[in-house]
Design a protein around this ligand. Structure first.
Ligand code: PMP
Length: 450
């Protein structure tokens, strides 16, 4: 017992047994629980730089980084310093503070599409507010969301987020609307139009048929919830253009990509100009804060509580002081931090691909810079959730990820999530990671598992 992962994890198993008595699955989100981490989750005791230590004393090089929030890595000295100082004055007053202005000014400077911002606590709250703002501003009800994209667990956006067998999805032009999970009345997603991603023709048709009722189109710039699926060339630019031509707001959900890409956002790197943007995850570096930003007249819909957006904990001091330091660290020396995580991510992705190719394994390491995922597939790229559902062998990935973890490389165990790089990873770390990947591929090949 206690070796289910191939290394010693007795204390994790004991924590799981104890945790299950008071917590569902022994954890606090299904993505951390025993549905993914079989037969039980590994309990983490500590993070340091780019590594994690579990309760059994195993050390891992971490590519999961708290579902991508820890873009500075763990216990960055500047974060430790600011947290220690700020907390002496208390965390939150729910009254006006200067730090809100300071961080808002920095966001506005970094993200040209944004005139004004409001802070919330989670990505879910941010996307929920973005949708409400779009409806308030346009007076229209419908929202177009793309298949396979996840924007948080707000009822109104919880349809067609996960991958499913292809024959349950309906046609591309007429996807079956599938509510995610129980407890959500069908009418809560009644105003959603579902559309496949990376398929401009179908999108144009949807807009032709329903455009006059659609308040907004919401999309992630990189699909982060089926691994790391990149937009085809000019796809997002064309979606944005069609939105603008049809009086539809273009919402870019940068909860995953924000404060991670060159100059801080995917939109800045790609030259996009969304009407509303959401940020979370890497913005708060693991502290609960998120952002809705957008054009002046749209954001004004919130004035005097017209489009309601309360929140006792909005803009708490500690998370915003941390976010502020995060921006300073990553943008120092002409955004050297963002360049570093981009380059080191590309190094790992391209070298993993080399390993697959040299070993003759049909697999791809797909992504861009600081986010990427491994797909066991005969395809040379995966472009949407339908391809993911049909052509990606997630069972192989599950075995692969489990073996990587047992050898000290902490990857996401879900093929639908992705790996990330952080500022405190080093080139030596990533050479080590490539070595572990190579050893694992060879081992699984020998056992005829790939
Ligand atoms: N948008 C995207 C693109 C996400 O990936 C997520 C979370 N994975 C969210 C929104 C929701 O963020 P949170 O979990 O902070 O509520």
């Amino acid at each position: 017992m206690g070796h289910e992962y191939g290394h010693k994890t007795d204390l994790s198993r004991q924590s799981y047994e104890r945790g299950k008595k008071v917590l569902i699955e022994g954890v606090n989100s299904p993505s951390r629980g025993d549905a993914f981490y079989k037969p039980y989750p590994i309990y983490i005791a500590k993070g340091e730089k780019g590594r994690l230590l579990d309760v059994d004393g195993n050390s891992y090089l971490d590519l999961m980084l708290g579902f991508s929030v820890n873009v500075l890595g763990y216990s960055h000295p500047k974060v430790v310093e600011v947290v220690s100082e700020v907390i002496k004055g208390g965390n939150h007053y729910a009254s006006a503070t200067e730090i809100e202005i300071v961080v808002a000014e920095k966001i506005k400077k970094m993200v040209p599409s944004i005139d004004k911002v409001r802070f919330f606590n989670t990505g879910t709250e941010a996307t929920m507010m973005a949708v409400r703002l779009a409806r308030a501003y346009t007076g229209k009800k419908w929202i177009l969301k793309f298949e396979g994209q996840y924007h948080g667990w707000y009822d109104g956006l919880l349809a067609n987020c996960h991958s499913r067998p292809i024959d349950s999805l309906g046609t591309k032009m007429d996807p079956v609307k599938i509510v995610e999970g129980s407890g959500i009345p069908e009418e809560h997603v009644e105003n959603l139009v579902i559309c496949p991603w990376n398929d401009l023709e179908t999108f144009e048709n949807k807009i032709k048929n329903h455009g006059s009722n659609i308040a907004a189109v919401i999309t992630e710039p990189i699909m982060a919830n089926q691994g790391a699926i990149l937009p085809l060339p000019n796809y997002l630019e064309n979606v944005q253009k069609i939105c603008k031509e049809n009086g539809i707001l273009f919402i870019l959900d940068e909860v995953v990509t924000g404060f991670r890409y060159l100059n801080g956002s995917y939109q800045k790197m790609a030259g996009l100009d969304p009407d509303i943007t959401t940020f979370g995850k890497a913005f708060g570096l693991g502290f609960a804060t998120s952002v809705v930003g957008g054009k002046e007249d749209i954001m004004q819909q919130m004035q005097w509580g017209k489009a309601l957006s309360y929140g006792t904990l909005n803009a708490a001091r500690l998370p915003l002081e941390v976010a502020n330091i995060g921006i300073d660290v990553m943008t120092a020396d002409n955004c050297e931090g963002y360049k570093f995580i981009y380059d080191i991510g590309e190094y790992l992705r391209s070298n993993a691909q080399k390993v697959f190719d040299e070993q003759g394994i049909p697999a791809i390491a797909q992504g861009l810079g600081p986010m990427f995922q491994f797909y066991f597939t005969e395809k040379r790229s995966i472009n949407d959730v339908r391809e993911y559902a049909q052509f990606v062998d997630i069972k192989k990935y599950q075995e692969f990820s489990r073996r990587l973890i047992s050898k000290g490389l902490y990857v996401t165990v879900s093929n639908g999530l992705h790996q990330c790089s952080c500022l405190q990873h080093t080139h030596e770390d990533f050479q080590e990671a490539v070595g572990i990947i190579e050893e694992t591929v060879k081992e699984m090949k020998k056992e005829n598992l790939l």
